[in-house]
Design a protein around this ligand. Sequence first.
Ligand SMILES: [Cu+2]
Length: 386
Amino acid sequence: NILKKHRLLNSLETLLASFFLSTFIVWGQPLEIEVRAKAGLQFNKVRFEAKPGQKVVLDVYNDDQMAHNLVFTKEGKRQAVANLALTLGEEAEAKNWVPDTDDVLWATPVLKPGENHKLKFTAPNKSGVYPYVCTFIGHGFVMYGAMYVGKDMPEIAKDLNVPELARTGGVPKEEEAIVAKGALKNFRYRVYEGGWDKLPDFEKLKPVKTGEAKSGIADTNFSKKRDNFGIVMEGELEIKKKGKYTFNLGSDDGSRLLINGVPVVVNDGIHGVVRKSGSTNLNAGVNLVRIEYFEKGGGEHLSLDMSGPGIKKLQLARNTAPKNSQKNPYPTGNPIIPENNEAVMYRNFIEGASPRGIGVGYPEKVNLCFDANTMQIAILWHGTFI
Ligand SMILES: [Cu+2]
C-alpha cells in the first residue's frame, strides 16, 4: 500500500514537472505553426491554439496553382474584412488584397504559387477566437480558419469558426500534404550564356551567375537575358513515402530532369512549349533533383510538377513566362483556373444571385456563381455543384 502511494506521488511529481516544463517552453519560445494553401480554396490547417501574449511565427506556404494570402482579423470580423477586400477594385493588387481597416490585425502579402512567407506577431492578450482568412478575390467565402487564444477549441464537427468542409472532415490530411517545404531545399542555380541547339554539357562551361533561391522553385528568371542562355538548377527533394513518382516537364526550348543523377525526363532540342513526362521509383529520404534548361530565341517556358504517393500535384517550377513578357502569369481577375478545362458551366436562375447569374463548377469541388448584373461573385461554395 505504501509502495502504491509512493508510486502515485512519484507519477504526480513527474506530471507536475512536465506541466511546468511545458508551460515554460510554451511561454519562452514562439509558437511555430505551418499553414499551407491547398488546391480547392482551403488551408490545410483550419485552427490552432495560442496563449495570450504568446509570440507566434506562422509559416505560410502556397502549394496551390493560384495566388492566396492570409489575413488575421479582430474577433468576429472575418466576413466584414473579406467583403471589404472585394471593394478594393484596382487597388487590390497593390494592397495585397488587404483592405484598410482596423479590423485587420496581421496579413501576409499575396503569395504566388510555390511562395512562402513567415508571418510573425504576438497573440492578443485578450482571450478569444481570432479568425484568419484569404481575402484574395472572393476566396474569403470558403477559405479561412481561426486562432484560439486562451480558449479551448470545441469539437471540430461543431466548430463554426472553420469552413464547412473542415467540419465534415474534408480537409486534406497532414500526410497528404506536400512533402518538400517550399518544394526543393538547398536550391541552387547556375546561369550560362550561349546559343545552343540542344542542351550543352554544362559541366564543361563556365557560369555567368550562380546563386541560391530560397523559394526552391525553378524559374527562368534566374537569367537576366531572355535569349541565348541556359540554367542548371539543383535541389533536394524530401520524399516521405517510397514509391513511384511521375514528373511532367514542359519547356521552350529544351530541358532535362535528372533525379539522383539519372535522367527521368528528356525534353531536349529547339521547340515551342513541349511537355514530356517520366516516372521513377524514389526511396524515402532526400533525393537530388537537377533541372537543365536552355533557351535560344523566341518564346520561353519552363514548367515542372510531380505526383506520387501522398502528392497530388507538386509544382517544382514557376510555370511561367518571365516577368518582362507581356502576359501576367498569375491570375489577377479570375479566382479559379480550371484544370484541363474541366470546369462545368451552368447558366440559369440561381438562388441568391440575380437572374443573370452564371454558375461554374470546378474539379476541386469549388463552385461559384458570377452575377453578370453586378459583375461580382455572388456566391462561392464547396461541395456539389448545382
Ligand atoms: Cu486564397
